[in-house]
Ligand binder design. Structure first.
Ligand SMILES: [Zn+2]
Length: 128
């Protein structure tokens, strides 16, 4: 089993709290327009906007609305997945270690972004 990087227990607790809060707010946001897929882990399905009156202009709006919801769902879903994975790592070990280079992730980076999976260096490389 991988140990969590040699981080202060207090900091880990703080990060865990942040992640739990983040998880709750992401779930709440997703629940407002999507349903959690019970068969697929970390998957959500956007509900199709259901309007009573079906005139033509409204239909076009609905498609647009659905498209927007889908892309929002996708980004929220990804974020939630990262948050869940970070929480899992806190429990099982390996939290705070870069998935790319295996080095410790800077505490400051984790405090700013507790679900970070890579160190700053690797994260920047990925972006480019
Ligand atoms: Zn790295």
């Amino acid at each position: 089993m991988l140990a969590n990087s040699q981080m202060d227990k207090k900091i880990i607790e703080e990060l865990k709290e942040k992640l739990e809060a983040e998880k709750k707010s992401l779930q709440k946001e997703l629940e407002s327009f999507a349903d959690e897929d019970k068969t697929l882990k970390h998957n959500w399905d956007t509900r199709y906007p259901n309007r009573e009156d079906g005139d033509k202009d409204e239909e076009a709006d609905e498609v647009q609305e659905y498209d927007n919801a889908l892309s929002l769902e996708y980004s929220l879903e990804l974020k939630l997945k990262d948050v869940n994975m970070a929480l899992e790592k806190i429990e099982k070990g390996g939290y705070g270690i870069c998935e790319n280079c295996g080095k410790k992730i800077d505490e400051k980076r984790l405090l700013a972004c507790p679900e970070a999976k890579t160190c700053l260096k690797c994260g920047e490389k990925k972006k480019k």
